[in-house]
Design a protein around this ligand. Structure first.
Ligand code: IPM
Ligand code: MG
Length: 352
């Protein structure tokens, strides 16, 4: 198959980790007889420096007209003082909204080889950690009005029934493919938007009688994720709660550096990115963990290109890397072999 992929290296460690994922994709292409054509897109701080805009329309258009988008990470202290609507992160938000990718899928799964890297007690980890956070990605407080006037700052949190319904359906469908348990997370004891969320979820539940829907308040959910993560299978939640809970969930699996994500909307063109940030403190030192990005590329093959054998091959190659005792700095432990970013890419692509 021929596919075009828009590639956003971004800032900080973005370029290093994306380069490893592209090498892995090239290996897959040659092994399985595909052709992947890459188009570079500037977004984030590097785009601010070049164009004075974190995502010029022309760059967004390149993404929308591709078959899929692979992204590293954006942001860094260099752009901390630029106005809010010009920050590197604004480029990412505009990209998500511009592509219409409302459904963000963030798996929290522990690799058996990394059980010791989890900060949780062994007996909790051994009960199993394997769940998915389905995060609404283009609504809520991220996209409401933001303003600061006369020393008062306002951010508007708004959800419509239709916005809740479309992400709710993804939650139910995701649960149908797994254990048929869906946990809807909100703050309905305080927020109107959460009360509407809960009402819409329960209305939808009637259409998915095979799925057991439970409700959980977000503060309790944050606690339950560290107390007994094995109770979760699919969590569906709004934008900001999903942002926070997915960082928490990634950490209990060992490292945020390992977690990929997919973001999809109505079209097949998806956005694939690791869930971590640009880590400016370690940028350019060849010590970042590229696995979250490499696994994001695997998700792209699986969900946007329908190449499940190829995706399996990448995931298997990562597992073999870990089996052989190789570790990047973020997941390093006694007796393991420390490797850098590029070497991690070398070993994974040799395993394909
Ligand atoms: C994430 C990140 C982004 C978000 C930032 C960089 C805007 O934290 O993808 O989780 O909050 O969505
Ligand atoms: Mg986040």
């Amino acid at each position: 198959m021929n596919k075009t992929i828009a590639v956003i290296r971004g800032d900080g460690i973005g370029p290093e980790i994306v380069d490893q994922a592209l090498r892995v994709l090239d290996r897959v292409a040659s092994k399985y007889g595909h052709s992947f054509k890459y188009t570079d897109v500037d977004m984030g701080g590097c785009a601010i420096d070049k164009y004075g805009d974190p995502l010029p329309q022309g760059e967004l258009d390149k993404c929308i007209s591709s078959d899929s988008v692979l992204l590293g990470a954006v942001g860094g202290p260099k752009w901390n003082d630029v106005p809010g609507n010009m920050r590197p992160e604004k480029g990412l938000l505009r990209l998500r909204a511009g592509m219409g990718v409302y459904s963000n899928n963030r798996p929290a799964k522990i690799w058996k080889q990394l059980a010791d890297a989890s900060p949780l007690k062994r007996e909790i980890v051994e009960k199993g950690i394997d769940f998915i956070i389905v995060r609404e990605l283009i609504g809520g407080i991220y996209f409401g009005e933001h303003k600061t006037e006369n020393g008062v700052a306002t951010d508007v949190l708004k959800y419509s029934e239709s916005e809740i319904e479309r992400i709710g359906r993804i939650g139910f469908k995701t649960a149908q493919k797994r254990s048929k348990r869906l946990c809807s997370v909100e703050k309905s004891n305080v927020l109107d938007s959460s009360r509407l969320w809960k009402k819409v979820m329960h209305r939808l539940a009637e259409e998915y009688p095979d799925v057991i829907l439970t409700d959980m308040l977000v503060d309790n959910c944050a606690m339950q994720i560290v107390k007994d993560p094995s109770q979760f299978d699919v969590i569906v939640t709004e934008n900001m709660f999903g942002d926070i809970l997915s960082d928490e969930a990634s950490m209990i699996t060992g490292s945020i550096g390992m977690i990929p994500s997919s973001s999809l909307g109505a079209s097949g063109c998806g956005l694939y990115e690791p869930i971590h940030g640009s880590a400016p403190d370690i940028a350019g030192r060849d010590i970042a963990n590229p696995i979250g990005t490499i696994l994001s590329a695997a998700m792209m093959l699986r969900f946007s290109f329908d190449m499940s054998d190829e995706a399996d091959a990448i995931e298997h190659a990562v597992s073999k890397f870990l089996d052989a005792g190789y570790r990047t700095a973020d997941i390093m432990s006694d007796g393991m072999t420390l490797v850098g970013c590029r070497q991690c890419g070398d070993i994974i692509l040799e395993n394909i």
